[in-house]
Ligand binder design. Structure first.
Ligand SMILES: Cc1ncc(COP(=O)(O)O)c(C=O)c1O
Length: 362
């Protein structure tokens, strides 16, 4: 029976027996999700009075806090290599009086220091979303950012049920929220543990798969519908977080990404990876997905892989089909991207298996 590859980052029962590592987390404020962390940031009047540029290549949950808190914003497009177009940003800033920008470290690759320092030199207030990178490179002091605010989600990228964070910052004192149990964290914890059991077993069962998917979808739905009260992170997830082997996560994800990239390059499929970066000379990078461009075949390939127990994702399908027409690069990426899993659950044989399957479908 083939291994399951990809899908939600599940929770192994073993993780409850690992040792705790408390000291890492003094630098963070915790909330139930990334969007709550962003809402807390935007609850600060100095910050919410800014006029923001937001990337349209993003997910709706990032935009929602801006809408709910009536913060002024408009979208910007990114380059086809996921970089910022500094010239356009500067022009729009002057013509339309934007004073702040939100940037996303897509797929776990940080922006060059010069890019952030240029944004700051333009006079922009910079909020950086490191959900894809996770806090790990930051906690290991591999990444030092110049941004004014750094925040992110924990629940998508790590084996926890819920969670978001703001990196503490001497210029702002953000609202702290006590840990609490939420219904969405309860559903997500159940779904991720079920999936952990299912993945570790050698048994495939449609009922089990369906139950896990239903619980997970219910958790997402509950979070999407939750009221505007800011919520804390569950003690379940805080406890799991303290027990993670952060070094293993950091090293394996980097190794898997590197291996997959080499496989594409060696097989003369160099145009397929969306990101071709030298990880070895950048200790700050920590990818968890490997995005490729598959010429509008992303949905088809995703479905075919699913029948081989390989779960890939499209990050992101546009949340506003009409508006994205004005942002051609983001539209192009959304329509062609497919994201392959390279997280720490997998090793070199999984990467080889994944590569061979993908190659046969290109
Ligand atoms: C880059 C990024 N930022 C923020 C979020 C929002 O995080 P959450 O779903 O925990 O609110 C997501 C969610 O997928 C994300 O991908």
């Amino acid at each position: 029976m083939d291994n399951i590859i990809g899908g939600e980052i599940d929770i192994s029962l073993d993780s409850f027996n690992s040792n705790e590592n408390y000291s890492f987390y003094d630098r963070l404020l915790f909330y139930d999700s990334g969007r709550t962390a962003l809402s807390v940031v935007l609850s600060n009047n100095y910050i919410s009075n800014h006029k923001f540029l937001l990337p349209i290549y993003s997910c709706e949950s990032i935009i929602k806090p801006f809408k709910e808190l009536n913060v002024h914003f408009d979208y910007y497009d990114i380059n086809l290599n996921l970089d910022l177009d500094l010239e356009i940003i500067q022009t729009r800033m002057h013509q339309e009086e934007f004073t702040a920008i939100l940037i996303i470290d897509y797929f776990g690759f940080t922006f060059d220091k010069n890019v952030i320092s240029k944004l700051k030199n333009f006079g922009l207030f910079v909020i950086e979303d490191i959900s894809h990178l996770s806090v790990i490179p930051l906690l290991f002091n591999k990444y030092k950012s110049l941004s004014d605010i750094i925040f992110g989600s924990l629940r998508k990228n790590l084996p926890v049920a819920d969670g978001g964070f703001i990196v503490k910052n001497s210029n702002f004192s953000f609202q702290q929220i006590e840990p609490e149990y939420t219904l969405h964290s309860m559903f997500k914890l159940s779904s991720k543990i079920l999936r952990g059991i299912y993945s570790e077993s050698n048994i495939r069962n449609d009922d089990f798969e369906e139950t896990y998917l239903k619980l997970s979808a219910k958790a997402e739905h509950l979070l999407d519908l939750s009221d505007s009260n800011l919520k804390g992170m569950s003690n379940w997830s805080l406890n799991l977080l303290k027990r993670l082997d952060l070094l293993k996560i950091y090293e394996k994800r980097r190794l898997n990404f590197k291996m997959l990239l080499i496989l594409f390059i060696d097989n003369e499929l160099i145009d397929i990876p969306l990101i071709n970066k030298d990880i070895d000379s950048h200790p700050e990078y920590m990818p968890y997905l490997f995005p490729i461009m598959v010429n509008k075949k992303n949905k088809l390939i995703r479905e075919t892989l699913k029948s081989n127990s390989i779960y890939t994702s499209i990050i992101w399908e546009s949340f506003d089909k009409k508006r994205i027409e004005n942002y051609p690069n983001s539209k192009y990426i959304s329509e062609n991207i497919l994201c392959l899993p390279v997280d720490d659950r997998y090793g070199s044989s999984d990467m080889m298996f994944l590569f061979k399957k993908i190659r046969s479908l290109l």
